[in-house]
Design a protein around this ligand. Sequence first.
Ligand SMILES: C[S@@+](CC[C@H](N)C(=O)[O-])C[C@H]1O[C@@H](n2cnc3c(N)ncnc32)[C@H](O)[C@@H]1O
Length: 280
Amino acid sequence: MTARDAWRHGATALAAAGLPEPSREARALVRAASGVDPWLDPGAVLDPAAEVRYHGWLGRRAAREPYAYISGSRPFHRVRIRVRPGVLIPRPETELLVDAADRLAPHGAHVCDLCTGSGAIALALAAARPDLRLDATDISGAALAVAAENAYQLALTERVRLYGGDLWEALPPTQAGRYAVCVCNPPYVEPRELAGLEPEVRDHEPRLALVAERGFGEMYRRIAAGAGRWLCAGGWLVAEVGADQADAVEALWAEHGFSDRFRLRDLDGVERVVGGRWAG
Ligand SMILES: C[S@@+](CC[C@H](N)C(=O)[O-])C[C@H]1O[C@@H](n2cnc3c(N)ncnc32)[C@H](O)[C@@H]1O
C-alpha cells in the first residue's frame, strides 16, 4: 500500500467516524505509523509492519480514542508527557498554571501540585525551574504510575515526589506550612455535563479525572478550606477552573481568606485560572 492510498483510505474512514479534520489526522497517523509523510512522498510503499500498525491505529482513532493515547504522549509546556488510558491527557490551557506558578514561586521554594494526573504540571514546572522542589498528589494509582514514569523519563525524580491520597490528605505532615505555591487542576465537570462532552473525552478519559461527583463547588471548597494548613504565610493557591466557574471559585477563595486574587484567561478568552494569597 502506498502512503497516498493509506492516507486516502484513512481520511475516508475518519470522516465516516465523524472526526472534524479527517484528512489532517489520517496524514498524521500515516506519518506516525510509518515515518513517511504522504504529502511529501505519496508513492512510498509502506512496509508490512507499518501498514499493520497504521490500520490498528486508524481503527482506534475511528473509535474516537484520543490521538495522544495512540501515540503515547503529548507535548506540554516545554516537556513531552507520556499518557495512556487511565490518565487525563494534559490540555494546553493547563500550561497557564505552570506559568503562574513559575512567576509566583520564589527561588528555592517548595510547591505542591494536587490532582497531578500524569504529573504534567509538576514536571513541566520542575523542568522550567531547577531551583524548586515539588510534591505532587493524586487519588488514582493508575495516574500516579504514569506520573512516576514521566518523572523518571524526565530525570526529575529527585525534585518531584509523588504521594497517593485524597487532596491535601496525601501530603506528608512534615510539609505543613511550607508550600509557597499550591497548584491544582481538579476534576470539575458536573455529572450532568458529562454526556455532552466529545466522545474522545467522555468515552476514553477517566471519569475520576473529569467529574466532580458532588459538584465542582464541593471540590473547590475542600481545596480552599484545606489550603491554609499547607501554605506558608503569603503563599499562593492557584487552580484551574471550568468555563463559567471562575466567579464561584473566586468567591470560595475570598470566603476562605485568600487576598490579592487574580484570574487568567486562556487563548480563547475563557477564564481558566483563579489564584489568591494566603495571609497566614
Ligand atoms: C483534571 S485531572 C488533572 C490532571 C493533571 N493535573 C493535568 O492537569 O493534566 C484531575 C486529577 O485529579 C485526580 N483526582 C480526582 N479526585 C481526587 C481527589 N479527591 N484527590 C486527589 N486527586 C483526585 C484524578 O485522578 C486526576 O488525575
